[in-house]
Design a protein around this ligand. Structure first.
Ligand code: PLP
Length: 476
């Protein structure tokens, strides 16, 4: 049959929509979405027929053409309405992975978020007095209790916290900062650019590897608004180095009558050493050194939701709150609900590793991870089929999100190596990684030395993981 005649055999959009086979779909998703999907599908077919596409011609002349068409419309709608954010297995070896959404939240926080989201709540309403309240009040007392600060406020993320503090305390004036601390954090947070956005003038001092107290003293002039220290969270300068301690800086700031701000980045409320992890400066330590304001993230080493936390002196926090930018950067009720639950867990540090998923993953023992690997090795190998070799290998996990970049945690990985003919090894590896990413719950690993490594540190649901691998086996 000539192409133009085939084209005329295609049904109209209305006829497709009136088919009883699609009634359920329309009932569920609405006629508008189904109409667009049918139009798209028919347009694609029409174009393929015009191009003389053999597959399309075979499809149109098949006896079950109509059924195939309905199925294609259903498929389009299902893809369009499926969840955008899919849960994944983070076997990348980076526990707090920014690209994978950072910290997993504890059950209490998830529940509180759902409750807050589901309806009206006293977000900015004082239930006792019966009038307008302040959203910051829900968190301030707890943050002060946990950090020893006088006052606290919360914004959308730590980048926002830094921006807001700089803009409040130093707009149009100079901020003195060491050249060794002009950090860039992934995702385009760069200290010099944040300064510019906050309308501050960056006054760098010292050198990349060495900055002395006299460098700060020399940099201070009548335009100086504040002294700033930034935790170099994602890199370390080694060798012939010097930086000025927090105590010295806070003393200098006090002598000159300037505020002193420390951006801690990851920021933790407990000394991780007590859980056998490396030391990361805590918020309490920074405040004890005499810092006036500390800024840190809610979803890095705190293990909470995305947020930026500002704690410190009452009058400075009040000034930050009065900045109109605060209104633009404020957090919503869902974040407040989650953060509150996470902070509450910190009131019992002893049980924290059992209750905070991020810390549970960071403190998971090498022996436990190895035992998990030994349980998985045989079934995983069987599930993945004869095209690959599966072995257990030692590996190192990292904390992630810039925290403690040089520290590594002992772990175990499934090492999957494709058995491919010469030359095709790289392609086979990419194909394997791609296949695992296509699973209903995508599995994210990392490639090392010709193998795909699945670091088992963050794997909790081993049943589901295995069941999926079995489904992923390529047809023989
Ligand atoms: C991560 C980080 C930030 C940005 O924090 P977000 O919560 O990701 O916005 C700022 N400063 C430092 C030092 C950091 O490590």
């Amino acid at each position: 049959m000539p192409a133009n005649k085939r084209l005329r055999t295609l049904p109209s959009v209305d006829r497709v929509l009136n088919a009883p086979e699609l009634a359920g779909l329309i009932e569920r998703y609405g006629v508008q979405a189904c109409k667009l999907a049918a139009q798209d599908e028919l347009a694609r077919l029409r174009e393929a027929l015009r191009d003389g596409d053999g597959d399309a011609e075979a499809r149109v002349s098949a006896a079950d053409f109509q059924d195939g068409l309905y199925a294609a419309v259903q498929h389009r709608i299902a893809a369009e309405f499926s969840a955008l954010l899919k849960p994944v297995f983070n076997l990348s070896g980076t526990v707090v992975h920014t690209n994978l959404g950072r910290s997993a939240l504890p059950a209490e926080a998830v529940e509180a978020m759902a409750t807050a989201a589901a309806g009206a709540c006293n977000l900015e309403y004082d239930l006792e007095a019966g009038h307008r309240g302040d959203r910051d009040h829900h968190l301030e007392a707890t943050l002060c209790e946990l950090t020893g600060a006088e006052a606290a406020t919360v914004v959308n993320n730590n980048a926002a916290a830094v921006l807001l503090v700089l803009n409040t305390l130093a707009a149009g004036r100079e901020v003195v900062i060491s050249r060794g601390e002009l950090v860039e954090i992934g995702g385009s947070f760069r200290m010099p650019e944040i300064m510019q956005s906050a309308n501050c003038i960056l006054r760098e001092t010292g050198t990349t590897n060495r900055t002395h107290l006299r460098d700060y003293e020399n940099a201070i002039n009548e335009r100086t608004a504040l002294l700033m220290k930034v935790h170099t969270s994602n890199y370390e300068v080694r060798g012939f180095t010097n930086s000025v301690s927090g105590q010295e800086l806070s003393q200098l700031a006090r002598e000159k009558g300037l505020p002193y701000v420390h951006d801690l980045g990851s920021g933790t409320l407990v000394d991780l050493v007590r859980y056998g992890l490396p030391h990361e400066p805590t918020v309490n330590e920074a405040l004890a050194e005499g810092v006036d304001l500390v800024t840190f993230s809610g979803d890095k080493l705190l293990g909470g939701p995305q947020a930026g936390i500002i704690v410190g002196e009452r009058d400075l926090v009040d000034r930050v709150r009065r900045n109109p930018l605060k209104r633009a950067l404020r957090v919503d009720k869902i974040t407040i609900a989650a953060l509150r639950e996470v902070l509450n867990l910190y009131k019992d540090p002893q049980r924290l590793p059992a209750r905070l998923p991020m810390l549970a993953d960071l403190t998971r023992s090498a022996a436990e991870i190895l035992a998990l690997g030994e349980r998985l090795l045989k079934p995983a190998s069987e599930a993945l089929g004869p095209g690959v070799e599966v072995a257990l290998t030692e590996c190192k996990s990292q904390i992630g999100s810039g925290a403690l970049p040089l520290e590594r945690l002992e772990s175990t990985a499934l090492q999957i190596t494709p058995i491919a003919s010469n030359g095709g090894k790289d392609a086979a590896l990419q194909q394997l990684a791609g296949r695992l990413r296509e699973l209903p719950r995508p599995v994210i690993g990392r490639i090392r030395d010709g193998s795909l490594l699945l670091d088992l540190r963050c794997l909790r649901d081993e049943e589901r993981f295995l069941a999926q691998l079995r489904e992923s086996a390529p047809p023989d």
